[in-house]
Design a protein around this ligand. Structure first.
Ligand code: ZN
Length: 451
């Protein structure tokens, strides 16, 4: 890919860097083999703080490689949050894939150069980067080339399934539960879900099950806006009007989206690609409703808050614009990762200081619980303010504390739960069967916009 490739020197101008020397980045599109080679190169250059692993294979057998950055790669350290970036879910939306490869190279080089901000990020965060969730679709789109790429060629996987319409629909189940127990976190998956989703989706869901992700972004193209959940409308469109569908964490999601849009070169200005989005952000459903998307699934099935970033009008831009795009997104990509360190975090212990996993952390005024991980640690993103927080787990007495969250790093708040005296629990224990009620009728046909 020598043609259209440009070499740009990146000085240590931004990001509060020290006096690290200028380095060369190769700005080019990366086919599968080139992407794999680039990721292995970063892994070998920064072997002490990286790990390269595969979460599975695409339909055509390509690996879904993830590059992890951490001061202890391969290990979850209690109280150190897990973050993820996912790119190229739509095979023909390629900017996210390239930005994540550049980000990997950048983190490695800046770490080696002693950049304090990058070093702090890697030491305090476990970062997982999946540059391409749809490597098969990419190859189809790349064969067409940047100039000739049609709007939908290579969007789906090699069976032409749109992966952002392929996750189990938990929104319907959430509406159903609203009439009974109100539960809207860690909702159960439908029977036989494994055979109802594509291999790429299956791999990503298993990945979510194996890591207690706290914050995430999914990189797309075809517009320039930071899109936050819910993506799916509560009701079908009324006379063509779309309807804002807020999560209980709407204010936090708006702030997360603005973190990206304002740190981006021009996203926050709002006028892009013939559309206007105030401050460069939008609720998904208020733009257009989509069903079975990945970001709603993150919120309803895991502890992870995910937004969807639309990063370019042109889904497959020429390589010549990659340097400019990298500079427009670099600060935003780093600032967004740093958001994982806000709110509250802590440990949940029993009487004997043993960690309690899967304890529910409930914040009064926000009807969406998150849970502690297997090590007993939890992370709850919150805006600055004072909150009443209750932690509960089966067999223990709930514990309630009041906490004030500032604008800086997460406030630590630990919980010690006393064992419940025998015979006092009047709650009827509901068996945790895998069966879930079938959600109501399907929504409108999938809209094929950028997301
Ligand atoms: Zn997309």
């Amino acid at each position: 890919m020598a043609s259209g490739c440009s070499l740009v020197w990146i000085g240590a101008l931004l990001l509060g860097l020290g006096a690290s020397p200028a380095r060369a980045f190769q700005f080019q599109h990366h086919g599968y083999e080139e992407m794999v080679r680039a990721l292995f190169a970063v892994q070998s250059q920064c072997s002490y703080v990286t790990r390269l692993y595969s979460i599975g294979r695409s339909v055509e057998g390509r690996h879904l490689y993830v590059l992890e950055f951490s001061d202890n790669p391969g290990i979850h350290e209690p109280l150190e949050p897990e973050f993820k970036y996912v790119g190229n879910m739509h095979g023909n939306e390629v900017l996210g894939r390239e930005l994540l490869i550049f980000l990997s190279q950048f983190l490695c080089e800046e770490y080696r150069a002693g950049n304090q901000r990058v070093t702090a990020l890697i030491h305090n965060t476990r970062i997982h980067i999946l540059p391409s969730m749809n490597p098969d679709g990419y190859e189809v789109a790349a064969r067409q080339g940047p100039e000739l790429n049609g709007y939908l060629v290579g969007r789906g996987n090699s069976r032409d399934v749109d992966l952002n319409r392929n996750f189990p629909d938990l929104n319907g189940l959430m509406y159903y539960y609203e009439k009974s127990n109100g539960k809207n976190h860690h909702l159960p998956l439908p029977d036989n879900w494994e055979v109802q989703v594509e291999p790429e989706t299956l791999a990503v869901i298993k990945w979510m099950q194996n890591y207690n992700f706290v914050l995430s972004a999914n990189l797309h193209g075809g517009a320039v806006v930071a899109n936050y959940p819910f993506d799916k409308s509560r009701e079908a469109r009324v006379r063509g009007k779309t309807i804002y569908s807020a999560t209980p964490d709407d204010k936090i999601f708006q702030k997360l989206a603005k973190t990206y849009s304002y740190a981006h070169g021009w996203m926050h200005k709002g006028f892009n690609c013939g559309d206007y989005f105030e401050e460069g952000i939008t609720n998904g459903a208020s733009w257009y409703s989509l069903t079975k998307g990945m970001q709603d699934f993150n919120y309803l099935y895991t502890n992870c808050f995910e937004i969807t970033l639309e990063l370019s009008c042109d889904k497959f831009p020429p390589a010549s614009v990659l340097p400019r795009e990298w500079l427009a997104n670099r600060e935003a990509l780093v600032s967004y990762m740093e958001q994982v360190h806000h709110g509250i975090k802590g440990m949940v212990y029993d009487d004997n200081n043993n960690p309690i996993g899967n304890a529910a952390i409930s914040v009064a005024s926000i009807s969406h619980d998150i849970t502690s991980g297997v090590d007993g640690d939890y992370f709850r993103l919150l805006l600055p303010g004072t909150y009443t927080v209750t932690t509960s787990a089966p067999g223990y007495q709930p514990s309630t504390r009041t906490v004030t969250v500032g604008p800086a790093e997460a406030t630590q708040l630990h919980f010690y739960l006393k064992t419940e005296p025998k015979g006092t629990n009047l709650n009827v224990k509901v068996p945790q069967g895998k069966k879930s009620p079938s959600p109501p009728a399907k929504g409108p046909p999938a809209n094929l916009g950028p997301r």
